[in-house]
Design a protein around this ligand. Structure first.
Ligand code: C2E
Ligand code: CA
Ligand code: CA
Length: 737
């Protein structure tokens, strides 16, 4: 792993620098310079001069003498003889260091052996080191074989131990090479040194300052190779001399990391991580104290790679999880493949920031989780993604549009119950953005659902549809304006009437006007969906006023038949706060000559209208003109108690979600019963909608409800059908009376 070797280099540099220490053995160096002899020869010192130096040193009774210099035999017979004699007198206590002068460290051919009659072969030590990729010494052999004969290397020679052939040992690079004491050669020659300075020491006479190739010494840069001899002899005092196979520590590290990855507790995990760091950073440094060398490059590389992977994973988790709630965030939904046949829904909680502002910080996550729980219960999806600012996203089975809108409306009802977080209670309101663009990538889909949800929030609508394949639908969208006008003209758009029953008078007393669109190619379009589209296409005014005109026509006709007949129309939330609303409506009723009290205006969702004061003002004015006001879908989402307190009204319409269950569910029955009582206390009349059977109708009568509406009494139908059944029922009624 060549790329990792620099890591090893850095590691050992730091390690040896940190543990730097002075030499512990009795060693002294006598450096040779070129001038000392006065000779002009490049080698500096003649054999005669070298003999004299050895003689001077011997008199001081050293432990051992090492001559680390070039010996030029064959220049002077007398010199050679003198040197041979001096070496002979030192006997076993003398070594001559031979250096490889070749640049190629592996070559053995470059050693210049002096005449063996002067220096016996048994007195020769070889300077030889194993080095790493940038020529820093790592280990040294005990011995070197040259021309079939084995020679010890300098480390063992300086340490005075016998080399074993074949093995390697690890020098101690913590040794500070500058800590080796020196005696200048001039002082030796003049006798100017403390008596006993050389006694009992290993005296190394070396020309290291002027010859030899510098070599890398961990923690100390490049040094003359004789410095390594001291590191070598220091290292040889250790108990072992082993180079550990790479796999040993690597295996140990792998075990630690695997245990950390599978740890059962945080503490356990931390423990194994510490162990892994120990194996990587501390263990090699400890082992080398005992002379056991291990290579750290692969350990460090493994830790570096493992560390970066964990950091990256952590970052991804951070990015993909909203930290407070621990729920996955929107980004993680966009990075997924959205399954085929699913719509993307984004829900946004109105005034979420305000809710959070009143909550202590540690409950913020709980708030998001509680909302997510409701959504997941309602949608049957376990993964709810949580974005900033009260956005929640998930995917829904792509049902037909009308069903999907109904389903989301149902989800909305789940939020009519307040959120209970700690000791705090919040009324919430939820808006949805829906994306049905299958085949587009997840990011685009989540974004369009998000944008639609925000649109729904600002416009106050409950659901905003990012229309199925907006691009493909563009012609339809663009021409919707024209199509609505065309539909109104040719009768594709028509008004249905659903009868309302008066419990007290036991007769049909009114109807709700409900818009219908039978599109020639698309078939019937659900009113919620196309009202949503009409709002977006800016045609809602035209539609509303068309409905008003048609409903007035019908109301006038039926009222002409006899008893008082009340006509209800729905007012879109989009329109309630429009500045011209009241004057425009007043103009119509005046022109048509109808008594406004025959008309009931049903409103819902007003709390999410842009301009609430304007809406309140408009509604009060309409009431002052004589219109009846009805609160539609009471009990769901925003048509709640605060609304009842705030807005002027005459009637309350209990949503069919409650009504349809009163015969089976105790709770709903209680809710409806109390709502009726409450409404009566506030001088409101009560309409129950969505009555589908006799039992429900019967029960509502017993509960004191005023009016009833539902499929059991009559489905929304054309005016022609309606007037026929109305006449018949009126006849029956008259017959009974
Ligand atoms: P809404 O005002 O709550 O209207 C009552 C809805 O309940 C109608 O759905 C009606 O057909 C349905 N319904 C009545 N009785 C029963 C029953 O016994 N069982 C069941 N399952 N459903 C019953 P529709 O006609 O699909 O209208 C849906 C919504 O579209 C309306 O809800 C209203 O919000 C809106 N809408 C309809 N016409 C107009 C209009 O002219 N203007 C405006 N702004 N909105 C309209
Ligand atoms: Ca209605
Ligand atoms: Ca309703």
């Amino acid at each position: 792993m060549f790329i990792a070797e620099p890591l090893d280099q850095i590691y050992w540099n730091v390690r040896y620098r940190l543990s730097s220490h002075a030499i512990s053995q009795p060693v002294i160096v006598i450096p040779l310079d070129n001038q000392g002899s006065g000779s002009t020869k490049s080698s500096g010192w003649t054999t005669m001069e070298q003999a004299r130096l050895l003689e001077l040193v011997r008199r001081q009774v050293p432990r051992k003498v090492v001559l680390d210099a070039r010996v030029d035999t064959g220049q002077s017979i007398w010199g050679d003889r003198a040197l041979a004699r001096a070496i002979g007198e030192l006997g076993d206590d003398f070594s001559l260091v031979l250096r490889n002068n070749s640049v190629d460290a592996d070559s053995h051919g470059e050693f210049l052996f002096p005449a063996s009659s002067v220096v016996p072969r048994s007195r020769i030590a070889i300077s030889k080191w194993n080095a790493n990729f940038i020529d820093f010494a790592t280990t040294a052999p005990y011995a070197v074989r040259i021309d079939g004969k084995s020679y010890p290397t300098v480390g063992p020679a300086v340490a005075g131990i016998r080399g074993r052939e074949g093995g390697v040992y690890v020098p101690d690079f913590s040794l500070d090479p500058d800590s080796v004491p020196q005696l200048p050669v001039s002082k030796l020659l003049n006798g100017k040194f403390a008596p006993g300075l050389l006694t009992g020491r290993t005296v190394v006479i070396s020309d290291f300052g002027t010859a030899g190739r510098p070599i890398g010494y961990f923690g100390h840069g490049r040094t003359p190779d004789i410095a390594l001899a001291f590191a070598g002899s220091e290292g040889l005092r250790r108990p072992f001399a082993i180079v550990l196979p790479r796999l040993v520590l690597l295996g140990l590290l792998a075990v630690c990391l695997a245990l950390a990855a599978n740890a059962r507790s945080r503490r356990e995990k931390a423990l194994f991580y510490i162990a892994a760091c120990g194996v990587t950073f501390v263990l090699p440094a400890i082992l080398v104290e005992f002379g056991i060398l291990s290579f750290t490059d692969q350990l460090l590389a493994t830790m570096a790679i493992y560390g970066s992977i964990r950091l990256w994973q952590k970052w991804r988790r951070r990015v993909q999880h909203t930290s407070a709630s621990g729920l996955p965030n929107l980004l993680s939904l966009t990075s997924k493949q959205i399954e085929v046949g699913r719509d993307v829904v984004v829900a946004v909680i109105a005034r979420y920031e305000e809710i959070l502002a009143t909550l202590p910080k540690e409950l913020h996550g709980e708030c998001a989780r509680q909302i997510a729980r409701r959504l997941s219960v309602g949608s049957g999806r376990s993964e709810i993604y949580n974005g900033d600012g009260g956005h929640f996203a998930w995917t829904e089975e792509a049902r037909p549009l009308e069903m999907q809108l109904n389903h989301l409306e149902g989800l909305r009802a789940l939020f009519s119950a307040p959120l209970q977080i700690g000791e705090h209670t919040f009324d919430t309101n939820i808006h949805f953005g829906l994306d049905r663009n299958e085949g587009v990538d997840a990011l685009a889909r989540v974004n369009s659902a998000l944008a639609s949800a925000n649109e729904a929030l600002t416009s106050g609508r409950s659901i905003e549809l990012f229309e199925a394949a907006r691009l493909a639908e563009a012609p339809w969208e663009l021409s919707l304006h024209a199509r609505i006008d065309e539909g109104l003209r040719n009768g594709d758009i028509w008004l249905a009437f659903q009868p309302q029953w008066d419990f007290a008078e036991k007769r049909f007393c009114g109807a709700e006007a409900l818009i219908r669109w039978n599109h020639p190619t698309r078939g019937p379009i659900a009113p919620d969906a196309f009202i949503l589209q009409a709002e977006r296409a800016g045609r809602i005014d035209a539609l509303t006023f068309w409905v008003l005109e048609e409903a007035i026509t019908a109301a006038l006709e039926i009222n002409a038949l006899g008893p008082r007949f009340q006509m209800s129309i729905n007012l879109s939330a989009q329109m309630v706060d429009k500045p011209n609303l009241v004057s425009n409506i007043a103009e119509v009723v005046q022109r048509r000559g109808i008594d406004p009290s025959l008309l009931t205006i049903e409103v819902t969702e007003t709390s999410s209208v842009h301009n609430r004061p304007a809406a309140r003002h408009n509604l009060s004015q309409l009431r002052a003109l004589g219109f009846r006001l009805s609160i539609d879908d009471f009990g769901t989402g925003e048509a709640s108690l605060s609304y009842l307190a705030e807005l002027p009204s005459d009637e309350l319409k209990i949503d069919r979600r409650f009504v349809s269950r009163i015969t089976t569910a105790e709770r709903e029955r209680a809710i409806v019963a109390y709502t009726i009582a409450l409404a009566h206390d506030l001088h409101q009349e009560v309409v129950a909608e969505g009555i589908e059977d006799e039992a429900t109708l019967q029960l509502l009568m017993e509960l004191g409800c005023d009016y009833a509406q539902g499929y059991y009494l009559g489905k929304p139908q054309s005016f022609a059908d309606f007037i026929q059944t109305y006449r018949r029922s009126a006849d029956i009624q008259i017959g009974i009376v």
